[in-house]
Design a binder for this molecule. Sequence first.
Ligand SMILES: Cc1cc2nc3c(=O)[nH]c(=O)nc-3n(C[C@H](O)[C@H](O)[C@H](O)COP(=O)(O)O)c2cc1C
Ligand code: SF4
Length: 923
Amino acid sequence: MDLKSKVYVTLGLTSPIFLYFGGRLSILVVLWTSVILFGKEIFGKDNEATGEPHKCKCSGKNANGETHEHNHEKEDCCGGKGTGVNGKPCCGKGGKSTTTSQLPTFKKELLKSQDEQKAKIKCCGGKGHDVKKHGEVCCGGKGHAEEKKIEPLEEKKSKTKCCGGKGHDVEKHGKVCCGGKGHGNEKEEVVPIPEPVTEKQETKCCGGKGHDVKKNGKVCCGGKGHRNEKKTDPIEEKNTNNWDSLTVDFTEAFKSTTGKTTKKSVKVFTKKGMTEVKATQSEESSDGLIKSAFTVSNVELLDSDIYVFYSSLQGSSSKAGSIVQEKLKEISGLQKQPILLNLDEIDDLDEYFVNVPSEKAIYVLVVPSYDVDCPLDYFIQTLEENFNDHRLDKFPLRKLVGYTVLGLGDSESWPDKFCYQATKVDYWISHLGGRRIFPVGKVCMKYDGNDKVIEWATLLGDLLKDNEPILYEYDETVDNSDDDYDDDNGDSDGSNGNDDGSEKDIDLEDVGGKDDNRINENYLEIKQMIAKDSPTYKNLTKQGYKIVGSHSGVKICRWTKNELRGKGSCYKKSLFNIASSRCMELTPSLACSSKCVFCWRHGTNPVSKNWRWETDEPEFILENALAAHYSMIKQMRGVPGVIAERFINAFKVAHCALSLVGEPILYPYITKFIELLHEREITSFLVCNAQHPESLRTIGKVTQLYVSIDASTKEELKKVDRPLYKDFWERMMECLDILRTVQSHQRTVFRLTLVKGFNMGEISSYADLVQRGQPCFIEVKGATFSGSSKDNVNSLTMQNIPYIEECKAFVERFVGELQRRGLDYEISAEHAHSNCVLIAHRKFKINNKWHTHIDFEKFFKLLAKGEPFTYMDYLKETPEWALYGNGGFAPGNVRVHRNEKKKKNDNGDNRVNPEDLPALPVM
Ligand SMILES: Cc1cc2nc3c(=O)[nH]c(=O)nc-3n(C[C@H](O)[C@H](O)[C@H](O)COP(=O)(O)O)c2cc1C
Ligand code: SF4
C-alpha cells in the first residue's frame, strides 16, 4: 500500500472522531491509529519479526558507481555498511543471501525450523563436537543458522535402501555407496567439496581417430565421447578461492581431544627462515579464529603407517624419497617404520589411491616436475581420472590420516613452472579427500637441494610428534588484527603473506616455493611424448634408438646386421619368410599401456592408457623413419663381412615390423600409416597388446596381425603385463572376439612370450583363449633376458628364462590340449636359436605341406585389385629347413659357433646367454 492510500485509510477511519471531538485530541487519535495500522512498515521492523525481506540502501557505490538498495532475499548484503531504505541501519549480517527457492532440500527444512533449532542447539564455537550425540555437523563457529541438517538415522534408512556394498549409480541413488555398512554412516556424503568446472560440451567427438589437439584444445577421448571428458585442470581454474574450498572439513573425521579449555597454538611457517611462529588462541574464544581444527593427538600420528612415495626420472626424487624415509625413521616413538615405494613401479595404483593399505596411513609424496613427458604424468592422470570416475567413491582418500607433498624442481631454469607437478599432485590428492597435514614443500635441486630436503623432512618429523592441532582453515581477518601474532615473519605489512588469506600463507617459499597463482596456462599445453631435451630421449638414443618426430622410433636389430653379414636371420625368416636385412623395426608410439615384466625399458618410457601427446603426421613419420633406418644401415658399410648385394637391397625396405617398444596401435593414425607402407610395397607386421579393442576393430588390412597373449588367466596377465587398464582382461577378451569376427580375414597370430614362474602353467586356459580368438598361428617364444634394474621390482632374472627344451615341452602339451578339444592346430616350424616354435592351423597344411610363409608379391597384387581377400590368398610353402625339428637356420648364411666359455652363462647352464641374443623385442 502506498503512502497516499495509507493516509486516506487512516483519515477515513478517524474522521468521525475528528468531527465529534475536533482539535488536538483528534490529531493524537489519528496518529495513534496510523501507528497501530502501519507502524511495522513505517518503522521498518526486520524480516525476522515481520517475515518480510529486509531492504538495505547501501551508502557505498556499486560497480556502476551508483548507490543502491538490495534485498536480502535476492542479493548480497553490503556487509553492514549501508543504511536501510527506511532510514534504519543495515542489518549488518553480511554474506551472500539466497532465495528460498535456491536452497537445497535440507536447507529448506532448516529454514522452517530455524528458530526451533536455535533454541535447542548451543553453538560449540567451532571446536567441533560429537556429531553422533549432537546430531549436527559442526557449523565451525558460524552459529547454527548455517548448519547442515543431518537427517535422523531412521528417516535416512527408510529413504535409502542399502545396496549391500555392491556399489550403485550415485547419480540416481543420490548417495555415495556406504560399502555395505548400512546407511547410518552416510553423513560423509554431504561433505561440500565443489565440483570442478567441466569443460564446455561443444566439442564434437572425432570418434577416436584423434584430432589436432592444438586447434581443438582437447585431449582425444579415444572415441568414448565427450561425456566423460576430463574436468578442468587445477591450473586452469581462474578462481583460486576454489583451492581453499577443496579441503575436507576435518571436524567430522577427527574428534576433539578434550572438552577442557586449553591454549591452542597455530603453527605458521614464515617465508624467510622456516621458523615456527606461534599464535595462541583460547579454544573457548568466540572470535572464530579456529574454524576447523585437525585435532589428532600425537599418539595417533606416531602410530600411523607412513608411506613415502616417489617418482623419478633421473634419480634425485628417488634419493630424496630415501632421505625423507630415513629422517622419519628417526622420529622417537614412531611405532612402525616408514615404507618407501616407487610410484612408477606400483602395479595397481588403485591399491593406494582408491583403496588405502591401512586405516592409519599417512602419505608423503616426493615428486619432480618436468615440462616434458615423464612417468609422473601417468600418476597425475590416474588421480584425475579417479576423481572423474563416477563409479568410484568420490573421496576415497578421506580414509587417509593425512598426506603431504614434497616437490623437487629447478627454479632457475623453470622459474614459471617450478615444481608445478607437485602442485598438481597436491591438488588432486586433496580433491580425492586427502587432508594435508604439512605444507607442500618445493625444493630447487640446482644447489644444495638435498640439504633442503633434509630440512623439510626434519620439520615434518618434528611436527608428526607434535600434538598441536593442524588447522585447515582459519579466519585471516582475526589473524591480521591479533597482537599475539609474531610479526617477525618477514612480511613488511605484518600479515602472513598473501592478502587473499589463502593457504599460500603457509607456503614454504623459503625452500623454493612460488606462488601457485602465478602458474600460467602454459602448463595446459599438450606435451611431446619424447621431447629432444628430455632424459627419455637421451636414454633411448643411448641405446641405439633413433627418435622420429616426438613419439616414433626406429632401431636396426641385431638380426638385420647379422643377415647383412651372412650370419643368419631372425625367426621371422624361418616362420614367415621375412628378410631381416630388408626389415625396418619401427614404432609410431614409444609409449605403452602396459608395463610388461619382460620389457627392456623398466619404466623409462612413457605409459598411458590413451593418446595424450602432440601428434606427428603419418607421412612425416614414414619419411623420417626410412631416412633414419637408412642412415643406420649406411653405418654398416665398413663392417667386415657385409655382403654387398644385401647391403644394396637393404636400402629398399621390404618389411616393417611395427613393434619394437611401446604400443603402435595407440597412435591415432595407425591405419593411415599402414596404408602408406603398403603404397610403397612395404609389408606390415603389426603387434598389439590386446588392450585397445576400439582401434583393433577399425584397423585396415595388415600383412600379418599379431596379438600378444602374455598370460592365460586374469591373475597371471596382471602379474606379467602389469596393465594400466582396470578392465584389462575384458579388453583382451574383446580383442580376441574381434580377431575371430571383424578381423577374421586378416592373417592373425597369437604371440606367447614364455616367462618361467609367471605364465607357463595354465595350458588349458591358453587353449580357451585360442578357442575364443581362433588365430591362424600361435607363435611361442621364450622370454629374453633384458637385464635387471634396481628400481624394477619385477624385472626378470636368468631363472625366468626358459630353456628351449622347456619351450618345446610346453608347446607339445599345448597342441595336445588343442587337439583334444577338436581344435585343428599342429606344430609347423621353428627357429631354435630364438627359442621360438610356430603352431599353425591345419588349413595351412595344403596337400600335406605346410604353407606358413607369405607370398609378398601376391599380397600387393591383391591389395592393388582393391577387392576383399583373405590370408588364404597369399600363402607360400614353408621350406624344409624351417620345419619343426629342422632348427630353422636359413641357408645362405654361415652359422657362427661361439666358444664354450661364451656359450655358458655364469651359472654354468646352457641357456641362451643374453649377450648372444638379438636386441629386444624381436619381431
Ligand atoms: C627436461 C627437463 C625438464 C624439466 N622441467 C622442469 C619444470 O618444468 N619445472 C621444474 O621445477 N623443474 C623441472 N626440471 C628439473 C627437474 O624437476 C629436477 O631436476 C628434478 O630434481 C628431477 O627429478 P628426478 O631426478 O627425480 O627425475 C626439468 C628437468 C629436465 C631435465
Ligand atoms: S613388451 Fe611391448 S607391450 Fe609390453 S610393455 Fe614393452 S612395449 Fe609394451
